[in-house]
Structure formats: C-alpha cells, structure tokens
Design a protein around this ligand. Structure first.
Ligand code: NAD
Length: 478
C-alpha cells in the first residue's frame, strides 16, 4: 500500500480539507494506495509556490538544471522495477510493458537534460549600421500540466522534463486513476535536489475544480495537457480568458494501411503489437485497419492467429501480454462498439466478448472483419482491444478513408513499394506516420497531432520550444 500526500513548495502536505481517496487495482478491484484529494485552496498554494520559485530556477545556468535532470534519469533507471510495479498495480498494463514505459519516460528526462544546454538565441542583420537585432529565448513561466492515466509516468516526464529544462516551474495534476506513479516520480525529483516550488504535485478526484483553479490563475502562463479531445477543447476555451499558451496532446483514431505488396507476416505482427499494447488504451494505437481486398482474407487469418495466442490476465503475472481495461466504463464502451459493429454487419473472427476473469475489467482481444464507415469502431477511439478490418481497392481510396476523420495523431502503412510509401506518407493528414513501423515513438522525435488530435509537439528539439517565449531586443548604438 502506497500513500502520498500532495507535494507543494518542497514539502509533502495533506490537502487543506484533509480528504483523501483510494486507488484501485483494475486487475483485481483491490485498494492499492491512497492519495490526498486536493481542493482549490491547495492548487492556489501550489501555483503560488511555483510562481515564487520561478525567478531563481529560470536564472540558474542551464548546465545546473541539466545536472538535476541527469540525476533524476539515473534514479528512474535504478528504481525501474519499483516504478513499473506501481504502474501495473494502479493502471493494469503488464509488467514488461510498464518497465518499457519507465525507460521511455526516463528517455525524455535524459534528452531534455541535454537539450537544456542548447536553447539558442539569434542575431539578425539590421537595416541600419547603428542597430543590432537580438532574439532571445526565455522560459514562459509557471506551467500547469494535466496528464491522463494510460501512460502514468511518460506523460508526466514528456511535459515536466522540457518545462524544467527550459527554466519553467510546474504544477502537475495526474489522472485520479494513477496518482501513485506520479507520487513515486515526485520522490525521485525531490531526491535529485530540485529546489522547493519548482515541481508541485496536486492529486485529486475533482478535475474540474482543479482545472478551474489552474486555468483561472493569471500566474499560470502555460497549459500543457494530454487527454481526450473533449476535455482538451474545454480547457482550450478556458485558457483563452487569460490567453495562456496551450499545448494539447489529444485523442487519436489511427488507421493502419496494408497494401497488396506488404510482407503479411510482419504486417500482422506489427498490427497486433500496435493495436493490443496497453490493452488498446494508447492514443497512437491502431484503431482502423484498411487492407487491400486481394489480401484481406489471408491477412485477417494471420492477425487472428497472432491474437489468439495473446495471454490476457493480471499484468503482475509472468507471461501476461494484455491486462485489464482501466474501469467498467471503458469495458462498457468496448462492448458497445463491438455490439454496434456486429449489428451493422461486421463478423467476429476471434474474441468479441468480456472475459470472465475474477476481479478485473477484461475483454477478449478481438478481430472483426467487414467493418464499414457507419460503425462506431470506424468513427471514434474504441480505447480497447478491438481490431476492425475494412478492405480497399485503390491507394486513393485507402488514403481517403484514412483521412476521413477529425483526428490526426498517428497513422501506419505497410508496403514494399518505395514510391507508394512516400506518396502515402505525404498524403496522410497525421502528425506521426509509421512506414513499415508500428512503434514510431521516441524521445528525440516530435510527437503530436494534426486536426482535433492536438496542438504543438512533445519530444525532440520541438518539445522544449513549447516552453519558451521569443523575445526581440532592438539595440541602437549611441
Ligand atoms: P481525460 O480527458 O478524461 O482526462 C485527462 C486528464 O484531464 C485527467 O487528469 C483528468 O482528471 C483531467 N480532466 C478531466 N476533466 C477535466 C476538467 N474539466 N478540467 C481539468 N482537467 C480535467 O482523458 P483520459 O481518459 O485520462 O485519457 C485518455 C485520453 O487521452 C484518450 O483520448 C487518449 O487518446 C488521450 N491521450 C492522448 C495522448 C497524446 O499524446 N496525444 C497520449 C495519451 C492519451
């Protein structure tokens, strides 16, 4: 049992009203921890602390900020197993995946420790000989970071690392389902010697109250949010009142295009890996599979063969590849999507129902064929282990179907034809395209969406830009 209070101004502190909430294991329904349940007052205090800490932290040489981040990186790797276990217990993903997430999360810390030292300005040739034009990059100020439950560690480090590297201070609000991993991470940042107020952690069950307090505060200069498109739109509207900078990493509805010349065996394996990772609860998860009609049947068979071998269960058990869904609501959404698809003519090749395992919210990994545009599985994120297959005849048709959605986060294509790979990847209206690659995410690459999948980029040299202002200084020599 883990227990975390809030972390404000360098101190672990109970919420002002003394309330707490329990954290449940989605694999068993058991209580695995407890954290403080923050109120508006706590948020105000955290923002105040971040605001106070900003001048000192932003004035520190980048090298010193980098040293703190390097220490966090080292200790994340040292505590990889404990972090992974904590994540599996509160979120459900299999332990091996959780370990992979710790590495991925730590990679952002390491990358931005280095990137802190490469925040360059510019000089621009002026039009008059007595003038100089300088462009400076400066941290935006206090950052509010709101994160989802599906990647409890990486969604925090992907925001906090570039923010701290840039010289900003932060108030983080993780999802109520997964506050314990956030608490553990906070401990590691504290041990690494981060000054008081630089990184504050607010956990709570009233997201609107916390969100209103963060967004209504003029001392918060920037919102960085990862979560659903629905909540992202709401926060963007709220941010407009005080013209806060916003970065939004929102929902996806990734298409996976498999052309007739693809290596079927590899494509089926990659689709399975991309679709069923984290039980299908990943923003870049394949959601719609478009297969050339000539290879539809052999592909569906290969995919179903892979999927039938996937072991579902409690992520703490050896060999389990798919854990539970996060909660009953998620399970009901998956059931609703599959029922809707079947009623509209889809065929279940494998799976298609709840799994009767004790305690948790399990759904059989499912492959559907005969998917059509009018089905919910083709229209919105299922966020579950369901792989709907639809066929196409021409490249143009495949591209049109792939782009026919308000979302634009990740898309994938499999082909051995280089010209087609270039044409299609250029035509896809998506921020991330995997060509013969089902796992494109990397700390050094830009991650983010087109259209309603978001604004801005995380990762790589692009990620730190989101936390920097551009200042133009014009100097006239006298
Ligand atoms: P969500 O939008 O319900 O919640 C995300 C966060 O926002 C949580 O911390 C939640 O407590 C908070 N929140 C909810 N309502 C709020 C409000 N009114 N004011 C302030 N905060 C509020 O999303 P979720 O269910 O936690 O996560 C799943 C979603 O996240 C999916 O849509 C997924 O695609 C998306 N996601 C996107 C990315 C990406 O990089 N684009 C990565 C991971 C997840």
């Amino acid at each position: 049992m883990k227990r975390y209070p809030l972390y404000i101004d360098g101190k672990w502190t109970e919420s002002k009203n003394g309330s707490t909430f329990e954290v449940l294991n989605p694999a068993t329904g058991e209580v695995v921890g407890e954290t403080a349940d923050a109120s508006e007052e706590d948020v105000k205090e955290a923002v105040e602390a971040a605001h106070r800490a900003f001048p000192e932290w932003s004035a520190r040489p980048a090298k010193e900020r980098a040293e703190v981040l390097h220490r966090v990186y080292e200790s994340m790797l040292k505590h990889r197993d404990e972090l992974a276990e904590c994540m599996t217990l509160e979120q459900g993903k299999p332990l091996a995946e959780a370990r992979g997430e710790v590495q991925y999360a730590a990679d952002f810390i390491e990358w931005y420790a280095e990137e802190a030292k490469r925040v360059y300005g510019e000089t621009i040739p002026a039009s008059a000989s007595h003038k100089r034009i300088w462009v400076l990059k400066q941290p935006v100020g206090v950052v509010a970071a709101i994160t989802p439950w599906n990647f409890p560690a990486a969604m925090i480090t992907r925001k906090v690392a570039p923010a701290l590297a840039a010289g900003c201070t932060v108030v983080v609000k993780p999802a109520a389902q997964t506050p314990l991993t956030a608490g553990m991470l906070m401990e590691l940042f504290e041990e690494a010697g981060l000054p008081a107020g630089t990184f504050n952690l607010i956990t709570g069950t009233r997201p609107k109250e916390i969100g209103d307090a963060l967004l209504g505060d003029t001392r918060v200069q920037k919102l960085t949010f990862t979560g659903s498109t629905e909540v992202g739109k709401l926060l963007m509207k709220q941010a407009a009142d005080t013209v806060k900078r916003v970065s939004l990493e929102l929902g996806g509805h990734a298409p996976f295009l498999i052309f007739e010349d693809a290596d079927l065996e590899t494509a089926a394996r990659e689709v399975a890996a991309s679709k069923f990772r984290n039980a299908g609860q990943t923003c870049v998860c394949t959601n719609r599979i478009y297969v050339h009609e000539r290879i539809r049947e052999p592909f569906a068979k290969q995919l179903a063969d892979h999927v039938r071998q996937l072991k579902v269960g409690n992520g703490m058990e050896e060999g389990v590849e798919i854990g539970p869904l996060i909660d009953d609501r998620a399970l009901e959404k998956v059931e609703h999507h599959v029922r809707d698809a079947v009623e509209k003519g889809a065929q279940v090749v494998t799976g298609g129902k709840r799994l009767d395992l004790p305690g948790g919210c399990y759904y059989e990994p499912t492959v559907l064929t005969g998917a059509t545009e009018d089905m919910l599985v083709q229209q919105e994120e299922t966020f579950g282990p369901v792989a709907p297959i639809q066929s196409f005849q021409t490249e143009k048709e495949a591209l049109h179907k792939a782009n026919s959605t308000p979302y634009g986060l990740a898309a994938y294509l499999y082909t051995r034809d280089l010209s087609r790979a270039i044409r299609v990847s250029e035509g896809l209206e998506y921020g991330i395209v995997g060509v013969n690659d089902g796992k494109p995410s990397a700390a050094q690459a830009p991650f983010g969406g087109f259209k309603e999948s978001g604004l801005g980029r995380e990762g790589g040299k692009y990620g730190i830009e989101e936390f920097l202002e551009t200042k133009y200084v014009s100097v006239a020599l006298t």
